[in-house]
Design a protein around this ligand. Structure first.
Ligand code: ADP
Length: 469
């Protein structure tokens, strides 16, 4: 049989029914019988006390004849189904409430010498004196501080068993009524769980088939609604990842294809003589430029991949950020000179120590400064400053260049994103610099932000952890 939830619930139900039945009719029955025997015992003891206190004294005082006494005992026998024996100290039954038994002298000690030493005896037969097993209670009789014999009371064990069976019939009838209710509860649980489960399975199948727009409208228990919400969230994430993957592949192919097409075109033209020998140097220059671009693109992609895979593996040391800024600025001296851009370094203190990965932070500064110079107008200024606030050091790179259009500000951190203005201005850019920058800063658990106005300029600010001295 297929192990569906339904079949498992049915098996659970049947096992429950059988176990309850077996348990009640074995262990339960045993307990009930024990309890009934105890109750009967108490009744017999009470009866024996009554006979002892009410009748025995009257008998010895001769206020009651043995005949009258026997009649009293007979009525107890008839109405309460209790057989009473009065036994002399020698163990011989002298009065028997069961008149039918014509055994004039029963000598108990001869049949079972230990019987009269007990107070209670279960399943008593006393040889064959008693016709069926009895529950017996034995009490001694004393009068005037003298031992006068015993009172022995018997009641049939079968009557106790019969009472137990009557009780059990009632319990079993109740169970038979209860089992259909239990079945209804199991069926209810089934519908409560299986319906939403089917819904979730359908949703999961839709998502795995790529239909991320499939809507889950879950009702029912909060656990299923939570699972539905988690599945929807997962689908959204997958959908974003899917879109991102498509965009990524499209961008890469585009960015690789255009330089490759121009390289191929120029090489072919040179080979078939379309470009004359004396012009070849100019086109070889273009080919070199395009190869450099491809090189930069590959290096950036590798860098990003590495950051994603082992983003947390940073070599954190304490260093002077001002010194690193000065060193990075020096490497841009040539670029600044050709654009007549002045770099203005403003430090709050001479030395500012931070805890970070030097190499990576140098790369961040390089990317930001490279962009700032690239997007600055000729003869303008770039200000790089550091400022300490609490446990943080704020590093700012501010230019007075073309700025970023408002609707592009959020997108500049995306891979391959370049504003329209920069496509014309910066042919060498890959659109990966700021993605790398952001990954590095986030790997340090720090933040980077931009404030920019189109036509006015841009300021990139990031934080670093100040070294505690
Ligand atoms: P790229 O390598 O092409 O510079 P980035 O990721 O560094 O790529 O930058 C993405 C885009 O953000 C740039 O193409 C440019 O449009 C915009 N941008 C970055 N920095 C500046 C800046 N200082 N001023 C104006 N635009 C900028």
């Amino acid at each position: 049989m297929k192990r569906t939830l339904w079949s498992m619930l049915i098996v659970c139900y049947l096992v429950t029914v059988v176990l309850v039945f077996l348990f009640l009719n074995t262990y339960g029955m045993n307990l009930l019988e024990k309890r009934l025997i105890k109750d009967k015992e108490d009744l017999l003891v009470k009866e024996a006390n009554l006979i002892n206190s009410e009748y025995m004294a009257n008998l010895y005082d001769k206020k009651l004849t043995q005949q009258e006494f026997a009649t009293q005992l007979k009525s107890i026998d008839t109405y309460l189904n209790i057989r009473v024996w009065i036994v002399n100290p020698g163990g011989v039954v002298i009065i028997d409430s069961d008149a039918r038994s014509n055994i004039p002298l029963i000598s108990i000690n001869e049949i079972d010498p230990t019987f009269l030493d007990k107070t209670i005896s279960v399943n008593t037969r006393l040889g064959n004196v008693l016709k069926e097993p009895m529950l017996s209670v034995i009490q001694t009789v004393n009068y005037n501080y003298q031992f006068r014999g015993y009172i022995v009371l018997h009641t049939p064990m079968s009557s106790i068993r019969e009472t137990a069976v009557v009780y059990f019939d009632i319990i079993n009838i109740c169970l038979l009524l209860f089992f259909p209710i239990l079945l209804a509860i199991f069926v209810y649980i089934y519908f409560l769980t299986v319906k939403p489960m089917r819904h979730l399975i359908k949703a999961a199948m839709e998502y795995s088939a790529g239909n991320f727009d499939y809507q889950i409208n879950m009702r029912g228990s909060s656990e299923f609604r939570e699972l539905g919400a988690t599945l929807t969230y997962m689908a959204n994430e997958l959908s974003q990842l899917d879109n991102y993957r498509k965009k990524f592949v499209a961008n890469i192919s585009h960015d690789f294809r255009s330089p490759l097409t121009s390289i191929k075109g120029y090489v072919q033209a040179m080979l078939d003589g379309t470009i004359p020998q004396d012009m070849q140097e100019k086109y070889l220059g273009i080919i070199l430029f395009e190869t450099e671009r491809l090189n930069k693109l590959t290096a950036s992609l590798l860098e990003l991949n590495q950051l994603e895979n082992r983003g947390a593996l940073l070599d954190i040391v304490s260093f002077d950020i001002n010194h690193i800024i000065k060193k990075t600025a020096e490497s841009f001296e040539g670029a600044c000179r050709s654009k007549k851009v002045t770099l203005n370094l403003v430090f709050a203190s001479e030395e500012t120590y931070v805890d970070a990965d030097v190499g990576k932070i140098q790369q961040v500064l390089y990317n930001l400064l490279d962009n700032a110079i690239k997007f600055s107008h000729n003869n303008s200024k770039i200000k790089i400053s550091t400022e300490e606030k609490g446990e943080k050091v704020f590093v700012s790179v501010k230019d007075y260049g073309i700025g970023i259009p408002k609707d592009s500000i959020k997108k500049i951190w995306e891979r391959f994103y370049k504003t329209d203005a920069s496509r014309g201005r910066d042919k060498k850019g890959t659109g990966l610099g700021l993605s790398i920058t952001k990954e590095i800063i986030q790997a340090h658990n720090e933040n980077i932000n931009v404030i920019s106005t189109e036509g006015v300029g841009s300021e990139f600010i990031f934080t670093l952890k100040k070294t505690v001295t």
